[in-house]
Design a protein around this ligand. Structure first.
Ligand code: ADP
Ligand code: MG
Length: 264
């Protein structure tokens, strides 16, 4: 795979404006702004502790910002709960996989649909026909999604028995259940062995190219960033450091310094 060209269509689907978050005296995200353009795969890179996961937590409604705003498709989502943001078309995954190990792969994926849209499980005997129909739709969607991430052969396996790479694919599958327009992936390649790495990258590229999904991806694996990302934003010490093509940012002296821990 080679570095992707920048797509023509350039309207932003997600915009952060001056987001800040401090934990006690530590400013984890400091006046951070960025835009994610529709139809792109945008990379978010930076050294450990740069604030990347905290930024994901802010924009997905997991934690509340001290300052700043997040806009999804131009609409302010800064104070919305995660399930409301999910309903508006943005889903995020977590750096550490959050599968329910005692449930099967299929059950995990079906449960994700319910959690993401904020619906409660309803007891079997009181289920009206409409709910049963909705469950049927969820099952159909779950099977489609399993096929997309090539996990159909392990659909009845306990999620706890999957390999690290398969768990990452399951995370992606869970995110895909409500058919989001924008998907935020936090270190999708961490702990993924080389044999599944190709499949993971192909799946992301295919979802982007064939179904037009937009991605914002935090990743340390530079092969993945180089191969997939049209545009790369670099964070360091909570701040926006620089953005551009993979080539531009990886040849920038400030980025080298940030990774080497040399203060600028
Ligand atoms: P990254 O994902 O770029 O590695 P994080 O966003 O996880 O960075 O962390 C940024 C900084 O914020 C780190 O110094 C981290 O220790 C701190 N941090 C993150 N979450 C919390 C929290 N819930 N409470 C206290 N400090 C936190
Ligand atoms: Mg992180």
């Amino acid at each position: 795979m080679t570095t992707q060209p920048w797509p023509d269509d350039k309207d932003s689907v997600l915009e952060c404006r001056g987001l800040s978050k401090a934990f006690g005296g530590l400013v984890a995200v400091d006046d951070m702004s960025l835009k994610v353009q529709r139809g792109t795969i945008t990379g978010l890179i930076g050294p450990n502790g740069a604030g990347k996961s905290t930024l994901f937590n802010l924009v997905s409604g997991v934690i509340r910002a001290d300052h700043g705003e997040a806009l999804l498709f131009g609409e302010d989502i800064t104070r919305l709960k995660p399930y409301k943001i999910a309903r508006k078309g943005m889903i995020r995954t977590f750096q550490l996989s959050r599968e329910m190990s005692g449930m099967t792969v299929l059950e995990n994926i079906m449960l994700a649909a319910q959690n993401q849209i904020g619906e409660k499980l309803i007891p079997v005997f009181t289920r009206p026909a409409a709910i049963r129909l909705q469950e049927q739709e969820i099952l159909t969607r779950a099977r489609e999604v399993l096929d997309m991430v090539k996990l159909t052969h392990v659909c009845d396996e306990y999620a706890g028995n999957l390999s690290g790479g398969q768990k990452k694919l399951l995370e992606l599958a869970r995110a895909l259940m409500i058919n989001p327009d924008l998907i935020l992936l936090d270190e999708p390649a961490a702990g993924v062995n080389p044999s599944l790495m190709g499949l993971l990258m192909e799946t992301i590229a295919k979802l982007n190219q064939e179904t037009g999904k937009t991605f914002l991806i935090v990743e340390h694996d530079m092969e993945l960033v180089k191969a997939l990302c049209h545009h790369v934003v670099v964070m360091a010490q909570g701040r926006h450091l620089i953005e551009g093509s993979f080539h531009q940012v990886t040849h920038d002296a400030k980025v080298m310094e940030a990774y080497l821990g040399v203060s600028s």
